[in-house]
Design a protein around this ligand. Structure first.
Ligand SMILES: CC(C)(COP(=O)(O)OP(=O)(O)OC[C@H]1O[C@@H](n2cnc3c(N)ncnc32)[C@H](O)[C@@H]1OP(=O)(O)O)[C@@H](O)C(=O)NCCC(=O)NCCS
Length: 153
């Protein structure tokens, strides 16, 4: 397994694999323009994380593991935490949505705490990204954004 920074030469491959637009807190983010890390096995991308740093805050804009339960998601969070620390950030934060029970569990087990509930924020996000489904595959409505944070000292 190799973990490394995403380079310009990776961008087209990532676009095909992951798509580009992520909406959080009413802002559309183009992953193509953000720094990030990838996990690779034999040249195959098995994990991706993108982040953005502004005003001493680091947002994890997206995290995807394509081989779950092997430590990839946790390792990628560690990489972003190190980057945030290096940039003197006060906190790392992220948005997940109400139906993503697995992510809610995952982030809390990795030291993130719930900071805020942004009710009906996904309705606003759909204005920017209409392809966001109304319900997930289990039938849970996708409506609210939950903000998680981890303070860095
Ligand atoms: C949430 C997500 C990123 C987690 O990624 P992951 O690579 O499975 O994460 P990890 O492997 O680090 O951790 C998952 C579990 O595997 C366990 N694990 C890690 N290495 C392991 C190993 N070698 N053997 C067995 N289990 C292992 C971890 O302990 C963890 O279990 P726990 O939460 O009970 O402690 C992934 O499920 C995902 O991509 N989901 C879809 C996209 C998504 O929801 N992203 C986040 C929304 S913002």
């Amino acid at each position: 397994m190799i973990y490394r920074e995403i380079m310009e030469a990776d961008r087209e491959r990532i676009l095909k694999l992951r798509g580009n637009l992520v909406v959080s807190r009413g802002i559309g983010h183009s992953l193509q323009d953000l720094p990030g890390y990838l996990a690779e096995i034999d040249g195959e991308i098995v994990g991706l994380i993108f982040y953005r740093i502004a005003e001493r805050e680091c947002e994890i804009v997206s995290l995807d593991s394509y081989r779950e339960n092997q430590g990839i998601g946790s390792a990628m969070i560690q990489l972003v935490k190190q980057a945030a620390h290096g940039e003197n950030c006060a906190r790392v934060w992220l948005i997940t949505t109400n139906e993503n029970i697995h992510a809610i569990r995952f982030y809390q087990k990795r030291g993130f705490d719930m900071k805020a509930l942004h009710r009906f924020a996904v309705d606003e996000a759909r204005i920017i990204k209409p392809s966001i489904p109304l319900v997930n595959e289990e039938g849970i409505p996708i409506r609210h954004e939950i903000e998680f944070e981890m303070l860095i000292n």
